[in-house]
Design a binder for this molecule. Structure first.
Ligand code: SAM
Length: 175
């Protein structure tokens, strides 16, 4: 499984970015996101999307990040910190694809230096500064081998691709 850990979330400043990190995680093949700072509104937003558009994506906020990383490693999971200072994604992706449980850690403004040491891998998606949303999207695309494209979410509604219209199909699923 692939999980995402978002650290440094500040509810007032990062609401939109962290929501987008979670949406990207869900759409491109992660199964869960954990957020360090408690934020009920983000949890509610993402759960609403999942109820409507399907899948079994899990979200939990208010997680103590260091303890969470230690637990992940104790359970034989691999921790990958996304940072522009890390090793290139292209060099590392074939090795990482073989790992069973991957935790992708993304920061907000500045991450504690300790994370560089705690992570099994520090991974860069180019050595240029950009965004946790972009870094996560590209990373998930590579690590899933682009499989997100065929994923069926089984939601209550389904968007049908169209050149000119908005086509939304009611799948008649309750719950
Ligand atoms: N300046 C901050 C620092 O040095 O920690 C980074 C801020 S950046 C807006 C927020 C997050 O985006 C980072 O913690 C990292 O997870 C991710 N990120 C930004 N650029 C990246 C890159 N080139 N490769 C991988 N991740 C990146």
């Amino acid at each position: 499984m692939i999980g995402v850990l978002r650290i440094g979330h500040r509810p007032y400043r990062d609401k939109r970015i962290t929501t987008h990190v979670a949406l990207v995680a869900r759409a491109f093949g992660a199964q869960a996101i954990w957020i360090d700072c408690a934020d009920d509104r983000i949890e509610a937003n993402i759960n609403r999307v999942t109820r409507k558009f399907g899948g079994d994506f899990k979200i939990k906020s208010g997680v103590e990040w260091k303890e969470f990383i230690h637990k992940w490693k104790r359970n034989s999971g691999t921790v990958v910190h996304l940072t522009m200072y890390g090793m290139p994604l292209d060099k590392m992706s074939s090795k990482l694809k073989k790992e069973k449980d991957l935790l992708l850690v993304v920061g907000a403004e500045k991450v504690p230096h300790e994370l560089y040491r705690l992570a099994d891998y520090n991974l860069s998606v180019s050595n240029q500064p950009h965004s946790e949303i972009a870094a996560l999207a590209i990373c998930l695309d590579r690590l899933t081998g682009g499989k997100w494209i065929d994923k069926e979410f089984g939601g209550k509604i389904k968007i049908i691709s169209s050149e000119r219209e908005k086509i939304v199909k009611d799948m008649g699923r309750s719950g």
